[in-house]
Design a protein around this ligand. Structure first.
Ligand code: 13P
Length: 261
């Protein structure tokens, strides 16, 4: 059976002590789950990262950053250098989250610069993609995802696939006003994504896990995780309580195992 990915983006929510408590509890809760079966990762906000790396047993949880600059240093006020993230001992960075693209206006070309910089620093690089409600309405979801992938991974070599993760997060499905994608719709978009990744990277694309995110909750996690093209769940709100996230993971793993035995 394939390894399942479960992760959470803490966005700009938990502060330093809340992040510490959350991570310690999540490790305690999930310690008995074999990490051969799951990859568990948490992406806290920047200001908490040093505390997170100090307090969290990294054998159980991989920690990542929510964004980074494409340059190592320079006149980039307010940006975070990949070298600084590496110095903190991080090995995962998320690029192109929907809120970066749609609230802060980042473009595919910028995401590509960041992806290349992250890979060159040896980070696991999680590129987030997703169509808006309008693009879905116009029937151009697959085209949008393909173009985000083609530009996002422009001039990235197939050898880098071992360090690439992709999250499909339809913009209309994210956050308090989001509507979760149905499992069938998510599966059809994941298939499109896997086809596009194959076009870009060839066979090495099979190494890239593709996660679904956007209003994942205890009511839909199981129907999503059993979809053949969904390799994991990238969760926001429903993961921010360590007990509830632990339950969601276990329930999803159980259903996945039953489905695949
Ligand atoms: P929600 O699960 O709260 O919709 O957030 C998803 C997300 O943005 C993960 O990056």
């Amino acid at each position: 059976m394939k390894k399942l990915y479960f992760g959470s983006n803490l966005k700009m929510y938990k502060g330093i002590s809340a992040t510490r408590e959350y991570l310690q509890k999540l490790v305690e809760n999930t310690k008995d789950i074999s990490r051969d079966d799951i990859e568990l990762f948490i992406i806290p906000s920047y200001a908490t990262l040093q505390t997170a790396t100090d307090c969290c047993d990294r054998d159980f949880v991989r920690l990542g950053a929510q964004n980074m600059c494409w340059e190592d240093q320079g006149q980039f006020t307010g940006e975070i250098s990949p070298c600084m993230l590496a110095e903190m001992g991080l090995d995962l960075v998320m690029i192109g989250h929907s809120e970066r693209r749609h609230v802060f206006g980042e473009s595919d070309v910028e995401e590509n610069k960041k992806v290349k910089a992250a890979l060159s620093h040896g980070f696991k690089t999680l590129l987030c993609i997703g169509e808006t409600a309008e693009q879905k309405e116009y029937g151009i979801s697959a085209e949008t995802l393909r173009s985000q992938l083609k530009i996002g991974f422009y001039s990235v070599s197939p050898e880098e696939c071992k360090n690439i993760w992709v999250a499909y997060e339809p913009v209309w499905s994210i956050g308090v006003n989001g509507t979760p994608a149905s499992a069938d719709y998510a599966e059809s978009m994941h298939k499109e994504i896997k086809t596009a990744l194959y076009e870009i990277f060839g066979e090495k694309a099979e190494e890239i896990p593709v996660l679904y995110g956007g209003s994942v909750n205890p009511g839909n996690a199981e129907s999503l995780i059993v979809q053949p093209s969904i390799d994991g769940l990238f969760v926001g709100r429903a993961a921010w309580d360590a007990d509830k996230f632990d339950t969601l993971i276990r329930d999803a793993m159980k259903v996945y195992a039953e489905h695949n035995c």
